[in-house]
Design a protein around this ligand. Structure first.
Ligand code: PEP
Length: 249
C-alpha cells in the first residue's frame, strides 16, 4: 500500500517564533489519523523549533537544500545539516525556485542525489505553466521534466522518492486542477516511473497533488486512484484547514 501524505509548505511565512509555535502546536495537538504521514516544511530558520514541538508524530520537512556537503556557498544549507536538524523530507524543484532562482532540472537532480545519500526523502515537484496547458503539450512537458530530474537514478533509489504534481497555474491562484486533469497527469507520471523503475516501484511511489488544494476540494482529489495526498501551500498556514486536509482521505 502506498503512503498517504499531506505536506505543508509554509514558504517564507510565519515571521515570529510565537506564530511558528502557535501553528505547529495546534497541528500536533489535533487528533490525526495514524494512516496519514504528515510533514511540516517551515522556513529553515524555524526547523529546530518546529522539531522540538512536533517530536515523532509529525515529520519535519525542509523547503530547500544545496547539493554540496559544506564549503563556500554563502546562505546555503546542505543535506547533512538538514539531517542533523531532524529533517526527513525536502522539497526540490518547486516552480518558485525554478522561476525566481533559475534552478534547472540538472541542479534538481544533484539535490535529489545528496538528499538520498543522507536518507532524506526528496519531494520532487513538477508541473506546467498555463501556456503549456493551453497548448496541449503538458503531458510531454512534465514527462521531460521528470526524466531530466530522475533519469540517472536506480530503481532502488527511485523507490525512495515522492513526486508532487503542481501545475503552476494552480499554485496560489485559487484555480485547482479538476479531478480529471489531476488523474490524467498522475496516471501519466506513474507510467513514466514504470519506464524508469519498473511496475512494482512505480506502484509504490507516492504522487502528491499541489495547487490551491483546500478543505473543500481535497476529498475528491485525494480519492483519485493515482493521487496519494497533497503538497499544500496557503491552506497549510491555518491549523484548522491543514488538519481538515489531513482528514480528507
Ligand atoms: C505550493 O506552492 O506548493 C502550493 C501548492 O501552494 P498553494 O497550495 O498555495 O497553491
Amino acid at each position: 500500500m502506498r503512503k498517504k501524505i499531506v505536506a505543508g509548505n509554509w514558504k517564507m511565512n510565519k515571521t515570529s517564533t510565537s506564530a511558528v509555535t502557535e501553528l505547529a502546536s495546534a497541528i500536533v495537538q489535533a487528533e490525526l489519523p495514524e494512516s496519514v504521514t504528515v510533514v511540516l516544511h517551515p522556513p529553515a530558520l524555524w526547523l529546530e523549533r518546529v522539531a522540538a514541538i512536533i517530536k515523532e508524530r509529525i515529520n519535519l520537512g525542509a523547503q530547500n537544500v544545496h547539493p554540496k556537503v559544506e564549503g563556500a556557498f554563502t546562505g546555503e544549507i546542505s543535506a547533512t545539516m538538514l539531517k542533523a536538524a531532524g529533517v526527513s523530507y525536502c522539497i526540490v524543484g518547486h516552480s518558485e525556485r525554478r522561476q525566481y532562482f533559475a534552478e534547472s532540472d540538472a541542479f534538481v537532480a544533484t539535490k535529489i542525489a545528496d538528499l538520498l545519500a543522507v536518507g532524506i526523502t526528496p519531494i520532487v515537484c513538477c508541473g506546467e505553466s498555463l501556456t503549456i496547458r493551453e497548448n496541449n503539450t503538458y503531458l510531454a512537458f512534465v514527462e521531460e521534466q521528470i526524466k531530466a530530474c530522475l533519469m540517472g537514478f536506480t530503481a532502488t533509489e527511485l523507490a525512495k522518492i515522492v513526486i508532487a504534481y503542481e501545475p503552476i497555474w494552480a499554485i496560489g491562484t485559487g484555480k485547482t486542477a479538476t479531478p480529471q486533469q489531476a488523474q490524467e497527469m498522475h496516471a501519466h507520471i506513474r507510467l513514466i516511473l514504470e519506464h524508469l523503475a519498473g511496475k512494482d516501484i512505480a506502484a509504490q511511489v507516492p504522487l502528491l497533488y499541489g495547487g490551491s488544494c483546500k478543505p473543500d476540494n481535497a476529498k475528491e482529489l485525494f480519492a483519485l486512484p493515482d493521487v496519494d495526498g497533497g503538497l499544500i501551500g496557503g491552506a497549510a498556514l491555518q491549523a484548522s484547514d491543514f488538519v481538515q486536509l489531513i482528514h480528507s482521505f
